[in-house]
Design a protein around this ligand. Structure first.
Ligand code: PEP
Length: 257
């Protein structure tokens, strides 16, 4: 059975003292939720410090970005090797903020996805439609295209041990959340897309929902059969809120066991 995963994308938030407090509280709190997997994605500058603080904890470390080259003249960029050395197990790829603000194209996202896998880490591939695309009934077409671009470049097998996060762009940081039914519909669409080629792969694929997940909407989202957890932005910066989301995931996992 797929484990529930709760991932916190801290984006460009926090200072050293806040990060220390947050990690200390999460480390203590997560011990109450043995059935879930927790991942945090701090800013690059705090990765080493967070890794040190995470020693002997069940929380995994992830990075928010990489550059898809081993090394070289890429000023300001970070390689997969650097991240592996810092203890990262996961890397966010294709987040909509990078797609829209930094204009990252899909073929570049596919290269990042491959680079993360080749380095032995797990990519968390974010896909999702804009408000306009949803209103034009293009949600499935858009997601199909986003996934297909990565699949064409990396092959189906590359998806065996990765995480996909469905993050409707209109729900990220807006306070708007997809209803559990809307989330389930898209998650089911994604799983079916893979099942057409490999049923086992599709069944094992972890599909997270992201977009204004909070303590009060988490349980209903996690109750959906194809929602395997959440990628959380704002609410992951407050230990009490993030742990409440983790608790909702733990409770669903306990019922399913
Ligand atoms: C995100 O940025 O991945 C995200 C889901 O943010 P928020 O939870 O704040 O909407």
């Amino acid at each position: 059975m797929r484990k529930k995963i709760i991932a916190g994308n801290w984006k460009m938030h926090g200072n050293r003292a806040e990060v220390r407090t947050l990690i200390t509280e999460l480390k203590q709190g997560v011990t109450a939720f043995p059935k879930i997997e927790m991942i945090v994605f701090p800013s690059f500058v705090f990765l080493a410090e967070v890794q040190a603080l995470l020693q002997n904890s069940a929380i995994f470390l992830g990075a928010q970005n990489i550059y898809p080259a081993k090394s070289g003249a890429f000023t300001g960029e970070i390689s997969t090797e650097m991240l592996v050395e810092t203890g990262c197990k996961y890397v966010l790829v294709g987040h909509s903020e990078r797609r829209s603000i930094l204009r990252e194209p899909l073929d570049f996202i596919a290269k990042k996805f491959k680079a993360v896998l080749q380095a032995g880490m797990c990519p968390v591939l974010c896909v999702g439609e804009t408000q306009e695309e949803r209103e034009k009934n293009m949600t499935e077409k858009v997601i199909d295209h986003q996934l297909q671009t990565v699949m064409d470049f990396c092959g189906l097998d590359a998806f065996r041990e990765v995480i996909i996060a469905y993050e409707p762009v209109w729900a990220i940081g807006t306070g708007l959340t997809a209803t559990p039914e809307q989330a389930q519909q898209v998650h089911q669409f994604i799983r079916t897309l893979f099942a057409k080629q490999d049923v086992e792969l599709a069944q094992n694929l972890s599909l997270l929902y992201g977009g204004s997940v909070k303590a009060d909407n988490a349980a209903s989202l996690f109750a959906m059969p194809d929602v395997d957890g959440a990628l959380v932005g704002g609410a992951s910066l407050i230990a009490k809120d993030f742990l409440a989301i983790a608790k909702a995931a733990e409770q669903v996992s306990s019922v399913l066991c």
